[in-house]
Unconditional design. Sequence first.
Length: 338
Amino acid sequence: MAGRDYPRSYAELRAWFDEDWTCRDYLDWLRWPDGFVCPGCGSVRGWRLADARWKCGGCQRKVSATAGTIFDKTRTPLTVWFATAWRLVGDKVGLSATQLQREMELGSYPTAWAMLHRYRTVMVRPGRDRLSGDVEVDECFLGGPEPGVRGRGALGKVLLAGAVERTTGGQPRRARLAVIDDASADSLGDFLRDNVEPGSRILTDGWGSYPAATREGYTHKPTSVAASGLQAHEVLPAVHLVFSLVKRWVMGTLQGSISPEHVQSYCDEWVFRFNRRRSRSRGLLFHTLLRHAVAADPVTYKSLRKAGRWRPPPPPPDGERPWPSSLDVGRPRLPWRT
């Protein structure tokens, strides 16, 4: 319920979660709504300690609300994490790591980058419902101009497969995006099995891999773009609209600065917002994201780093490593008058 289980607005978010202990208690409630359950032994016997952690009555283990989640061992205050979660799902276009670092006054770009990527890892709900009904399927490339072969044989770009469930009027309903190795029948067939319910009608262009990819479990309706005399976006309007919106988001919010290794994570973020674009409550999306966050396993910075790219380690700090600043600034009284 809005106003009880999650804040109704960003103003209410700041009023609820103005201190880190309130954020920690909210994560505790999301993680164990029916009472503490030890993640180690599964015991339901436990009691709170003075430092807000739980002590298991079975294995005597001490557990905090953030342990074993994407917030595990974070040095960034939870007030910053919560404000970031709201911005990530509350805005139609999300935010970039550079923007997050600037607005939250984080000490480094990697901190902001890792925060956003940790949230992106939980934006795909395990066991989510697959698309059904009439589903448009096509592929597109992400990447700038490259010399050489054009079209599906181009090199140096990331190939995306897109599936869009559409209404009877041709409007997009839900979408799925995935990075694929090539446009072969095997790759497209794996994409369909992962994202489209068997028995659905697959609407495609005349690409030769689709008949084999849809042979088992799907009804296939191809339309040759060349023979129809129409443009590609007229033959498959819903999926081409999705592709254009994704590319506009990449060039706008992200300024075109994404690496091939992380394209899937960015697509997962975009799909999370797009499939919930008609939600009347931004607070419910915030609640959903945090509920997924406390149910997920920890994600280390090392596992998020770009594969195959070696970077020199950062220089050691001159003094003691500072903690990032919190949004908990107390209750200043007219600071502009002092």
